[in-house]
Design a protein. Structure first.
Length: 106
């Protein structure tokens, strides 16, 4: 718990990179990303392409960073959603083939 408090306090002050979080916690990259994801349930964590690392929004001074983060998140979500179309199309082709071996050429 002490480590989480240290991370939280640091992220309230400035952007903290994943590499720094890995060093502080002793966790691997994926574990740190999972930790940050869990923290997002409790804190307004800024993550934007305009800055390296993560920061907890604490004041009006962070508003532009928050808006950038919202924009980036929306762009990522739309990109993922668009990619789903081809995956679903691929799956439908095989579902409709009723057991016949099917190969799709691109």
């Amino acid at each position: 718990m002490e480590t989480i408090n240290k991370i939280t306090d640091l992220m309230k002050e400035r952007f903290v990179t994943r590499a720094e979080l890995m060093e502080i916690t002793g966790l691997g990259d994926r574990q740190v990303r999972n930790l940050v994801q869990k923290m997002k349930l409790s804190y307004p964590i800024i993550s934007t392409s305009k800055a390296k690392g993560y920061k907890i929004a604490t004041s009006e001074n962070d508003l532009n960073w928050v808006l950038n983060s919202i924009h980036d998140n929306r762009s990522k979500a739309l990109s993922i959603f668009e990619g789903q179309k081809k995956l679903k199309e691929f799956a439908r082709q095989f579902e409709q083939s009723e057991g016949v071996q099917l190969t799709l050429n691109f």
